[in-house]
Design a protein around this ligand. Structure first.
Ligand SMILES: Cc1cc2nc3c(=O)[nH]c(=O)nc-3n(C[C@H](O)[C@H](O)[C@H](O)COP(=O)(O)O)c2cc1C
Length: 403
């Protein structure tokens, strides 16, 4: 996230929604990731939240008035709009959406919305009836048609005690939705990536399963990096500690058999397939329909082999399709990974050390080597999973160009 947001200029427009306080969290995340955030509060927003909070979080003066005296012309008014890499309005009221649709320029935010050429991302927040009103729906359609992006809203319990759509989507999802819009690299534009992530759960009975320690962190990092670089990303994800990023189409599955079925259908249309999931090699032959009780005796489980997800994709690999696999090994890592690369017709394999304190399942860092079908080996130092994902996508881009 830090590399993507670092030094990007973001105008954060906060409007008069009850969810305005959640914009503090958005400002905080963006600032933490290195973005330069200019907070802009409408008159109504100032009734609900204080500009001083945003100034303290962002380290910048908040813009609250159209006709405030200029302190520094470089950082105020039109200069801010022209320098912006992104206009993010979160939360956006029904009133703001209506004003933006009709080009009404009656405060700083709506005036400079007409002046900026930066992408615009809107996160609506309002009462369900206001959201579902034809006026709001048609306004949003008009804005979409003009190229404005939307994220959310969520559905749930609203401040007005109704339940339905209109709730501001989770601040972290809003930050993730900014990623492809502020990113400077677009070398995966129009590339369709299908990937697997997480682990699998193989049922023993209705309450127990055989699983593994995969957290999904590497899969999430890969999906985020691919989205940032312009790819369309579909992730078939087994049980995972982390959510897939906003912008990825996540298809949840539980078992290896379900993962194989989903992947076989989706991979046919993919330019790149990445098998990052830790798929169980075996499943219980006949899981019990009722909870197994202690019997005072040994319990025997017969395990049968699961379908080989990567092997299935490799078997129907199209010309120019790129296949990427992972090898998580405890012994003879490079030799085993090179063998897997050949056997499964892969173009690239990531050999992961999994038995150390700093690398492997659940960790934020990884010690990996990237081995190409041409024999080229990048033995990476210990890196964060985000950094490893960047190196993997660099190799994927090179493979696409070479295909
Ligand atoms: C306590 C309170 C909460 C409000 N929450 C919302 C809201 O979540 N969404 C919305 O569209 N309007 C909401 N409104 C109404 C807006 O503040 C009102 O339409 C205002 O004109 C919006 O101005 P702005 O779009 O310039 O910020 C709320 C009003 C009050 C008093």
């Amino acid at each position: 996230m830090k590399r993507i947001f670092s030094n990007r200029e973001i105008v954060l427009g906060v409007t008069g929604s009850i969810a305005a306080y959640k914009a503090c969290e958005i400002a905080s995340r963006l600032t933490e990731y290195g973005a330069n955030v200019t907070p802009v509060l409408t008159k109504s927003a100032c009734e609900l939240v204080g500009s001083a909070t945003f100034e303290a979080i962002c380290g910048r003066a908040a813009i609250t008035h159209m006709f405030a005296p200029l302190q520094n012309p470089d950082v105020e008014h039109i200069a801010v709009a022209q320098r912006a890499h992104l206009y993010l309005i979160a939360p956006a009221t029904a009133n703001f959406i209506a004003r933006a649709t009709h080009g009404i320029a009656d405060d700083w935010l709506t005036t400079t919305l007409l002046a900026t050429r930066a992408p615009i991302l809107i996160a609506p927040a309002m009462n369900t009836n206001m959201y579902e009103h034809p006026a709001t729906q048609e306004n949003m359609q008009t804005l979409r048609r003009r190229g404005v992006y939307f994220v959310g809203p969520d559905s749930g319990r609203l401040a007005c005690k109704t339940i339905g759509p209109g709730r501001l989507i989770d601040p972290m999802k809003i930050v993730e939705a900014c990623v492809p819009l502020v990113s400077e690299r677009h070398d995966l534009k129009n590339v369709r990536i299908v990937m697997t992530s997480g682990g699998t759960h193989e049922p023993i009975d209705p309450v127990r399963y055989i699983g593994n320690r995969s957290s999904g962190k590497m899969g999430r990092a890969l999906a985020l990096e691919a989205i940032a670089r312009g790819a369309s990303v579909t992730v078939v994800t087994g049980p995972s500690e982390v959510a897939m990023p906003e912008g990825a189409l996540a298809i949840p599955v539980e078992t290896a058999a379900q993962m194989a079925e989903a992947v076989v259908n989706l991979a046919q249309d993919a330019d790149v397939f990445i098998g990052a999931a830790a798929v169980a090699d075996y499943r219980v032959e006949t899981p019990s329909n009722s909870k197994k009780k202690k019997s005072g005796k040994k319990l025997d489980l017969t395990l049968v082999e699961n379908p080989d997800v990567l092997g299935l994709v490799g078997a129907v690999k199209r010309a120019k399709q790129i296949l990427v696999g992972f090898a998580a090994e405890t012994d003879d890592l490079l030799a085993n990974a090179a063998l897997k690369l050949k056997k499964k017709q892969l173009d690239l394999i990531i050999a992961n050390e999994v038995n150390t304190d700093v690398s492997g399942f659940g960790k934020d860092t990884s010690k990996a080597a990237l081995i190409g079908r041409d024999g080229k080996v990048d033995d990476l130092p210990l890196l964060t999973k985000e950094e490893v994902a960047e190196r993997i996508m660099d190799r994927v881009v090179a493979l696409i160009h070479a295909a």
